[in-house]
Each structure stands twice: as C-alpha cells, then as structure tokens.
Design a protein around this ligand. Structure first.
Ligand code: FE2
Ligand code: FE2
Length: 169
C-alpha cells in the first residue's frame, strides 16, 4: 500500500471539509442577517434543529428546515467528517492538515445555496475518486470511511437541492 498517497487524499478531503465548515457557518450567520432573523432566534432554531436530528420529532413539528437552520446542522456534520479524516491520517502515521481549502463568497441566500449545492456535488465527485484510490491501494478502512462520508454528502446535496427549489418557488 502507498500510504503517502492515501494520506494525501485523506488530507485533501479534510481541507475540503474545513473549507465548507467555514463556508456554511458564514452562510448561516450572514444569511440569517440577510433574512432579518434576530441572532438569538437564529441560534435557538439552529440548536433545536441540530438536537432534533436524532429523534425526528421536533423536525416533524417544525416542518422542512429553514436554510439558515439547516446550514448550521450540516456544518456540524462536516466537523465530524473533518475529525474522522484527521483520525485516519494520524492512524496512518501522517499529520492532519489544518489548512482549509478554497471557499466561495455569496451575497444572497439563493446564491449561498447554489454555492453550497455545488460544494456538495463536488464532494461527491471527489470522494468517489478518492474511494477508488483507497480501493486500489488496498486500504479497506479508508475506503469504508469514504463510503460513509459519501452517504452524508449525497444527503446534503438533496437537502440543498430541495431548499433551493423551495426558494425559487
Ligand atoms: Fe463532509
Ligand atoms: Fe456535506
């Protein structure tokens, strides 16, 4: 197994995760401001949505997520991804990167959601490629990690796509 190559793709994935954490949290706060939501309401809704993910009861009562609320929830999932990639890099004897990849700026909530959807679609394409690298190198653990993260990224793509459709009407 070419460990150096596997660490390279894991760190590239981690850099991407770090970038979207910043992007989504920025969109959560700036987008909330654009929507005219008071910061405490925004924070309360965000935390309520995050807490309800497991049980599903509050999310059913609340209906479909508000984009501003969903962004915070998704950013927290990306934080878990970044950490899982770091753990795998460490296990392989590498050093997890702390440098975020490039991120995009937006000036409206629709523009934000378009960028966020593009980021998720890019993640699906990129991680599918990285999964193949791990398979080729015979690293089953990293392969499983990419498979699991890919499931989340596909679900994020769906969420952003439906939020965008809801916005466009
Ligand atoms: Fe992610
Ligand atoms: Fe994602």
């Amino acid at each position: 197994m070419d460990t150096r190559r596997v660490v390279e793709v894991l760190n590239s994935a981690r850099a991407r995760e770090l970038a979207v954490i910043i992007q989504y949290m920025e969109h959560h706060y700036v987008g909330g401001g654009l929507e005219g939501l008071p910061s405490l309401t925004r924070q309360g809704l965000g935390d309520m949505w995050v807490r309800s993910r497991g049980a599903g009861l509050t999310s059913r009562i609340m209906g479909p997520p508000d984009p501003i609320v969903a962004l915070k929830s998704i950013a927290k999932v990306e934080m878990v991804h970044a950490e899982r990639f770091a753990n795998r890099v460490t296990a392989l004897g590498g050093v997890p990167t702390v440098r975020p990849g490039d991120r995009c700026k937006a000036s409206s909530v629709i523009e934000m959601l378009e960028l966020d959807l593009a980021a998720e679609e890019e993640a699906v394409a990129l991680y599918t490629e990285y999964l193949e690298v791990c398979r080729h190198e015979g690293d089953e653990e990293s392969q499983t990690l990419f498979e699991q993260v890919l499931q989340d990224e596909r679900s994020h793509s769906e969420t952003f796509r439906s939020l965008l459709e809801g916005r466009r009407g």
